[in-house]
Design a protein around this ligand. Structure first.
Ligand SMILES: *Cc1c(COP(=O)(O)O)cnc(C)c1O
Length: 362
């Protein structure tokens, strides 16, 4: 292993390739393509190119800045903006994204104007509200929107989509996915066969999609978490056959001391809210890692057995070292696993280095 600074994310590209390839082929059998969602990685070229080689059909990001960065890294793929564009960014969206997800006619009209100026045609997917109450046009109003979009000179309507399980935790199932399929059929029967893309959702759709259920018209899913962490977000369960440790975080110990478990002195608020006195009379081995809330979500960090996370401030992660934990000293490196929330923050922290593993599997 080469030396890399701590803290660092260790990103195993072979495992990421396995995760992507496995899901791409399982979903392919059900007529579903995979859009790799790049937002949690800021469009990191090493990861994105690994996904493309593993067969994802395109890339999606919620921020046009990430799409711009991927274009700048010469990544050659279809890119979809999966959050409705800001009015203030329509020129950029038209210039950089092949497709955007939309719910507001005002925005789509401006996308058409921007595309006209750029002498191009911009593709639009209309997002439908199916009960999670995040983005989406109410189903009863969808056809009016389709009609209007089809009348715009520099917009091409290419399909519909939905997003569940993000705001309210509403699960994708036969009923709501069936409703999306029925909407696709109904648009086609009114307007002719114009619905090419029916994008059913995110990693939370996998349980439904791989259950053997009739997937109907759904022909695309947008996957981030499942590709990166091998995990589905509804029950935070590992997906069979995928690696859940393709990405880990290495932190370095900067203080190691025997200390009372219980703080002393008059107690007010701590930097990040209330602290409860727990009356713990023990003396413990306390380690501090050079990691903090700027770099990770402490609630989403999974330490190895024998370490227990006690607290975190902006720049200090405070951990109890239990007796059976391996030898640890100032300067020791320890490897943590991450959930999506911790991963998102670690990937976007400028203080965390990234190290890629590309060994050949034997
Ligand atoms: C983030 C996002 C996704 C990907 O979600 P995962 O749970 O990471 O698979 C898909 N669609 C939209 C609209 C998103 O914002």
């Amino acid at each position: 292993m080469t030396c890399a600074p701590a803290p660092r994310l260790e990103i195993d590209l072979v495992k990421l390739s396995h995760n992507a390839g496995t899901l791409v082929s399982q979903l392919f059998e059900r007529g579903i393509s995979v859009t790799g969602v790049t937002k949690a990685t800021l469009g990191l070229p090493e990861i994105v190119n690994t996904w493309l080689q593993a067969g994802v059909s395109g890339l999606g990001d919620s921020r046009v800045e990430n799409i711009e960065a991927m274009r700048g890294s010469q990544i050659d793929a279809s890119m979809t903006l999966i959050r409705t564009p800001m009015l203030s960014q329509v020129e950029k969206v038209v210039a950089l994204a092949n497709i955007s997800f939309n719910t507001e006619m005002k925005v789509i009209r401006e996308l058409s104007n921007a595309a006209k100026k750029a002498n191009s045609i911009h593709k639009v997917v209309l997002m439908v509200e199916l009960g999670d109450l995040r983005e989406g046009i109410m189903p009863s109003l969808l056809k009016d929107s389709v009609r209007e979009v089809c009348g715009l000179s520099n917009i091409s309507f290419v399909g519909i989509g939905a997003n569940l399980a993000c705001r309210s935790g509403v699960s994708p199932d036969q009923r709501n996915m069936g409703e999306l399929s029925a909407l696709a059929n109904s648009i086609d029967s009114d307007f002719g066969p114009i619905v090419e893309i029916v994008s059913g959702g995110n990693s939370a759709n996998l349980e439904w999609a791989l259950s053997g259920a009739d997937t109907g018209r759904i022909n695309n899913l947008r996957l981030g978490e499942a590709l990166l962490l091998g995990c589905e977000p509804l029950h935070r369960k590992a997906i069979k056959g995928l690696y859940i440790d393709a990405i880990s975080l290495v932190g370095e110990v900067i203080e190691l001391k025997e200390k009372p478990a219980q703080s002393w002195g008059k107690v007010g608020q701590a930097a990040f809210g209330e602290v409860k006195s727990h009356g713990d009379q023990r003396t413990i081995t306390q380690a501090i890692f050079a990691l903090g809330r700027q770099d990770i979500d402490p609630d989403g960090l999974i330490p190895p057995p024998g370490l227990k996370i006690l607290a975190a401030s902006s720049d200090h992660l405070i951990v109890e070292v239990e007796d059976y934990f391996e030898e640890i000293k100032v300067g020791s490196e320890v490897c943590f696993q991450l959930n999506y929330s911790a991963l998102l923050r670690a990937m976007t922290s400028p203080f965390i280095a990234k190290k890629f593993k590309t060994y050949k599997k034997d």
